[in-house]
Design a protein around this ligand. Structure first.
Ligand SMILES: Cc1cc2nc3c(=O)[nH]c(=O)nc-3n(C[C@H](O)[C@H](O)[C@H](O)COP(=O)(O)OP(=O)(O)OC[C@H]3O[C@@H](n4cnc5c(N)ncnc54)[C@H](O)[C@@H]3O)c2cc1C
Length: 412
């Protein structure tokens, strides 16, 4: 029981979130979202706010609980059992709240962070553009300064909450000449006339979260809605990628856990060849494999949470966060896929929710930075550590019999 390493406060919070997920989220909501009868579950977000479950890490002054990542990941795992859409809507105040909490002025926190955590305003993150999401610094949306405002033009796509959100955190180019990493700014944009949303996608899963395409046409954004420094999006982006990726990582644990439990219970009841299928090695080894992967992913996510709580942000934190996102989402995919296999044909039908969880799990390896981009960050930060810091560890390379033979260690 991993409870053994949790504090009483963490267990209480985990149980609070578990009770919310069990009692406050009707199955009709999940079904209607999946059937796209609902485009944005406002009441769900408001209920979370009412329970003071949004933005747990932010100071009480703004409506949070002043907790840390070690707490938030526990709640995220519980919310994750609801699937990717509701987990994402839960996470958005944590992601956008991070930008406001770390870089926002007291006025911005009062005007935006407080009402977001109170469920009076809803938020979306507008980062990805039609020309690409991975190459964030290639952003082409433009915000041109005109007196005390920016005039915003451009497009964003795949934005969860495009339908339904009151506020958008938008990254836009504010310097046409400077190199990209010094040319982009972060703005809070309120829904207004020049902002048009189109619901254009049929999604494989993760439905009902208002995902859409946004067009900004001469949208006037007050200069006071600039988050951080003008052309300073690099810092905001690096900070926001912590919650962006940690929420995916921790949410994936819950989704995988839910699918595994369904499959394990099924295997204990379903019979073939006169015995329970869980008695076949081909089945029970899948359960063992899934459980081991899931525990390993949880351990990685929890340790990363503790590291962020101690260190804040750094290259090492970026590596660990990326590892957590990659490993937890790949684990979720493998676990849900095996859960479906264990259940045979019925797992592929909507008699069990495993097929919906599978459709959701697939996205998790793509969004909040693809897992290829996670690999890019992981190896990049590792090389900075490896080559940038002298080591106090044993020189193992010298432990070969012919380690000192000249002329054999050829590199070019
Ligand atoms: C349902 C859904 C919801 C989403 N929600 C949001 C949201 O709320 N807000 C938001 O801003 N975005 C959102 N996204 C966008 C998502 O984050 C992007 O789709 C993702 O970052 C990838 O960007 P892309 O689709 O443009 O793919 P591309 O960037 O075009 O990448 C295509 C492929 O090339 C690979 N690739 C690209 N560059 C490299 C590289 N350097 N090395 C190796 N491989 C590389 C990628 O890994 C990928 O496999 C959402 C997407 C979906 C589908």
């Amino acid at each position: 029981m991993y409870e053994a390493v949790l504090t009483a406060g963490q267990i209480a919070l985990r149980d609070e979130a578990r009770a919310f997920v069990r009692d406050e989220v009707p199955r009709e909501l999940l079904l209607d979202m999946d059937a796209e009868k609902i485009y944005y579950p406002l009441q769900y977000v408001q209920k979370l706010a009412h329970q003071n479950l949004l933005g747990l890490r932010f100071p009480k002054e703004w409506g949070g609980r002043g907790l840390d990542w070690s707490h938030e990941v526990l709640v995220l795992e519980e919310i994750g059992v609801l699937g990717a859409s509701l987990a994402c809507l839960y996470s958005l105040p944590s992601i956008i709240g991070e930008a406001l909490n770390v870089f926002g002025t007291p006025q911005q926190k009062e005007k935006y962070l407080k009402p977001v955590l109170a469920g009076k305003m809803t938020v979306a993150e507008a980062l990805t553009e039609p020309r690409g999401g991975s190459d964030f610094f290639g952003a082409t949306a433009r915000a041109v300064r005109e007196g005390d405002a920016f005039i915003l033009n451009g497009q964003k796509r795949f934005i969860v909450g495009a339908q339904g959100a009151d506020l958008f955190l938008v990254y836009a180019r504010t310097d046409a000449e400077a190199p990209s990493h010094k040319a982009i700014s972060t703005l809070i944009v309120e829904r207004s006339d020049g902002l048009e949303v189109q619901h254009v996608y049929g999604l494989m899963g993760t439905r009902g979260g208002g995902t859409g395409r946004i067009y900004f046409r001469d949208v006037r954004v007050p200069a006071e809605n600039l988050i951080g420094k003008e052309n300073g999006a690099l810092d905001v982006f690096n900070q926001m990628m912590i919650p962006e990726r940690m929420t995916s990582a921790a949410g994936a644990l819950g989704l995988a856990r839910a699918a595994l439990e369904i499959a394990a219970r099924y295997a204990d009841r379903r019979k073939a060849f006169g015995q329970k299928i869980r008695e076949f090695e081909g089945v029970n080894f899948k359960i063992a494999e899934s459980l081991t992967r899931l525990d390993a992913a949880r351990a990685l996510v929890h340790e990363t949470a503790r590291i962020i709580d101690k260190v804040g942000n750094s290259g090492y934190v970026r590596r660990r966060v990326s590892e957590s996102k990659k490993f937890a989402t790949e684990t979720a995919w493998a676990v849900v896929n095996d859960a479906m296999q264990i259940m045979g044909g019925i797992g592929y039908t909507n008699v069990y929710p495993v097929e919906r969880l599978l459709r959701d799990a697939r996205l998790m390896m793509i969004w909040t930075g693809t897992n290829e981009i996670m690999n890019m960050v992981i190896q990049h930060e590792y090389y900075k550590e490896l080559l940038g810091t002298p080591t106090s560890a044993r020189d193992v390379e010298a432990d070969a019999a012919n380690a000192e033979v000249d002329g054999e260690k050829v590199y070019e």
